[in-house]
Structure formats: structure tokens, C-alpha cells
Design a protein around this ligand. Structure first.
Ligand SMILES: NC(=O)C1=CN([C@@H]2O[C@H](COP(=O)(O)OP(=O)(O)OC[C@H]3O[C@@H](n4cnc5c(N)ncnc54)[C@H](OP(=O)(O)O)[C@@H]3O)[C@@H](O)[C@H]2O)C=CC1
Ligand SMILES: Nc1nc(=O)c2c([nH]1)NC[C@@H]1CN(c3ccc(C(=O)N[C@@H](CCC(=O)O)C(=O)O)cc3)C=[N+]21
Length: 299
């Protein structure tokens, strides 16, 4: 079997089109322009690339983009003061603080200082609790993008065995919650899991969010399973120079031989993450203004 390739890049473009339509309507009918503020602390090159790409796409769908770049040695008090200012700015509907933060800053404290209604990452404890209890919340962008692709490819996920490899707060745990919400039987695996190959072999849906290049080989995959590869790993550059190849947490070629469907890296989960960030910003803007929120853009 050769897997169907799930084209996250193309899917993300359709999500952005929907977002752009809602943005245009908000402007025409209500005179409101959704705004997204992105805060970057420090100069991590990968983070700078993502922040630039988010800003560009925010503007392309007609929203306002506010970029705040702070020095790597910014104090916690200064960062909290900026967040307070953004919380109180009515032109800002979404706030994203790029992670990871430099070590001297308390990530939990910073994230929990964001107004939950503007927390478009869905990382605030209040949104985590709402998601865990099946209530309306802001849903983390990466898991939301994965869920959209799974539903689009398969329809109902009810009763399927899903294995999420990785238990981070930003990907693994919220992914498991969303799959549970769609009535999957969910297993969360991690570095202490016994017989990981055996666990993964039982999965109809595999979501790999580990951060280890090409860790999941094809012989762990049940024939016909759906493989969602969240990993973004840059291999060391070759001698000829250049940036080094980008690979996922799954060994693409061998997994694609057995899977029913697979997301590539790049061009899979990554573009969907950014599209869902824009979708969450429109959703937050509608909620803030007491307007009906767009359908099909959240879980
Ligand atoms: N495409 C996108 O939009 C995004 C991509 N990413 C990428 O996804 C990957 C995961 O990110 P993130 O969740 O933040 O990573 P974290 O480092 O926070 O978590 C990694 C998880 O993988 C588990 N793990 C590590 N080694 C193994 C192993 N050998 N076997 C089984 N489990 C293991 C860890 O287990 P334990 O808890 O026991 O240590 C941990 O739960 C990264 O490559 C990251 O770059 C992240 C966010 C967005
Ligand atoms: N508060 C916060 N929210 C995040 O959502 C967040 C974060 N911090 N910190 C970092 C991770 C990582 N992340 C990615 C988003 C898009 C791509 C993406 O678009 N990747 C392209 C390739 C990009 C390239 O070539 O480098 C692709 O997969 O096709 C990747 C990774 C969001 N994250």
C-alpha cells in the first residue's frame, strides 16, 4: 500500500481563504478588523522565521498584525507589563507569546497572565480546563490543525484507536483531548512507555510529537493507519553548505509504504498550525464582539 499524502499546505490555504472571508465580512458589516499580537523574546533564528511567517499571513488574510520583539534579557515585569497592555487593547483580539522563553522567565506565569479570551494558543490554564471538560475554549493550533486533517481525510473518527506519542502541554496532551472528544480510544505514549513499537502497532491513528528525527519507522505502523507527523527537526547541514534538511518524527518513506495516509514534513502540520492561529484570532474577535462565530474553524 502506498499512503495518500495529506497536503497540509493546500489545506491550510483553504482555511486561510475561509478566514479571509470572515475578516472581510467583519470589516464590511461591523467595521471591525481582527488583530493578532505576537510577542518574541530573544533572537532564536527558528522562532524569528515563524514569527515573520505568522505576521505575513496575518496581513494577507486582512487582519492587523502587531509584532513585539523584546531583548533576550527582558525582565519578567516588563514582559508582564506588555501583556497587560495587550490584554487591555481593544484592537488586539489574539495574543501569542512565542515559546520557548529564555530560561529566566517563568513560562506558566507568563502564559497565565494572558486574557484567556485572547489566548489564541489555547495554553492558558482556563482554556486547558475548558477543553478537558468539553466546554467552549480556545483550542491549541497544532492539535486543531491535526484534527481538521484527520476529519477531512476520514470523516468520523469514532471508535478508532489513536496513539499520541509525546505528552507536552502544547501538542501531545491537547491532541489526546481532541481525539477523545471525537470518541477515539486514546493512548498517550512518552519516553517511559514500555514496548512503544507494540503500542504504535495497535493504532489506527498515530500522532507523532516527539522531537526526534525519523524516530517512528514504517514497521511500527499498522497497514492503512493514518500518520500525522508533528515533528519539525532540522538535520545537520551537509558539506555543500545550506540549512540542512527538515524531517519529521516519522521515517517518511518507510511509513508511507504501509500507512493509509500520511502528512509530509515540511508541508503538513506546520502550515495548518499557522492557519489555525489565524482561525482562532477570528473566532476570538467574534466572541469579543458578541457576534456569531465562524463555523468549521474550531473543534
Ligand atoms: N508543526 C508544528 O506546528 C509544531 C511542531 N512541533 C514539533 O513537534 C515536536 C514535539 O514538540 P513538543 O511537544 O513541544 O516537544 P517536547 O519536547 O515538549 O515533548 C516531547 C515529548 O516526546 C516524548 N519523547 C521523547 N523521547 C521519546 C522517545 N524516545 N520515545 C517516546 N517518547 C519520547 C517526551 O516524553 P517525556 O515527557 O517522557 O520526556 C515528551 O513527552 C518537535 O519536533 C517540535 O519541533 C511543535 C509545535 C508545533
Ligand atoms: N506560543 C507558541 N505557539 C506555537 O504554535 C509555537 C511556538 N510558540 N513555538 C514554536 C512552535 C513551532 N511552531 C511551528 C509553526 C509552523 C511551522 C511551519 O509552518 N513549518 C513549515 C516549514 C518551515 C520551515 O521551513 O522551517 C512546514 O512544516 O511546512 C513549524 C513550527 C509553532 N510553535
Amino acid at each position: 500500500m502506498t499512503a495518500k499524502v495529506i497536503d497540509g499546505k493546500a489545506f491550510a490555504a483553504t482555511v486561510r481563504e475561509k478566514v479571509a472571508g470572515h475578516v472581510a465580512r467583519l470589516k464590511e458589516e461591523h467595521g471591525i478588523t481582527p488583530g493578532l499580537a505576537v510577542v518574541l523574546v530573544g533572537e532564536d533564528p527558528a522562532s524569528q522565521v515563524y514569527v515573520r511567517s505568522k505576521g505575513k499571513q496575518t496581513v494577507e488574510v486582512g487582519m492587523n498584525s502587531f509584532e513585539h520583539k523584546l531583548e533576550a534579557d527582558t525582565s519578567e515585569a516588563d514582559l508582564l507589563a506588555l501583556i497587560d497592555q495587550l490584554n487591555n487593547d481593544p484592537s488586539v483580539h489574539g495574543i501569542l507569546v512565542q515559546l520557548p522563553l529564555p530560561g529566566h522567565l517563568n513560562e506558566d506565569l507568563v502564559i497565565n497572565s494572558i486574557d484567556p479570551a485572547k489566548d489564541v494558543d489555547g495554553f492558558h490554564i482556563s482554556n486547558v480546563g475548558l477543553l478537558g471538560t468539553g466546554q467552549k475554549s480556545m483550542v491549541p493550533c497544532t492539535p486543531l490543525g491535526c484534527l481538521m486533517m484527520l476529519r477531512d481525510h476520514h470523516g468520523s473518527l469514532s471508535g478508532m484507536n489513536a496513539v499520541v506519542v509525546g505528552r507536552s502541554n502544547i501538542v501531545g496532551k491537547p491532541m489526546a483531548q481532541l481525539l477523545l472528544g471525537d470518541s477515539c480510544t486514546v493512548t498517550i505514549a512518552h519516553s517511559r512507555t514500555k514496548d512503544l513499537p507494540g503500542v504504535v502497532r495497535g493504532a489506527d491513528i498515530v500522532v507523532a510529537a516527539v522531537g526526534r528525527p525519523e524516530m517512528v519507522p514504517g514497521d511500527w505502523i499498522k497497514p492503512g493507519a493514518m500518520v500525522i507527523d508533528v515533528g519539525i527537526n532540522r538535520l545537520p547541514p551537509e558539506e555543500e553548505g545550506g540549512k540542512g534538511r527538515l524531517v519529521g518524527d516519522c521515517h517518511y518513506d518507510s511509513c508511507a509504504e504501509v500507512a493509509g495516509a500520511i502528512t509530509p514534513v515540511p508541508g503538513g502540520v506546520g502550515p495548518m498550525t499557522i492557519a489555525c492561529l489565524l482561525a482562532n484570532t477570528v473566532t476570538a474577535c467574534c466572541r469579543a464582539n458578541g457576534l456569531a462565530e465562524p463555523e468549521g474553524l474550531t473543534a
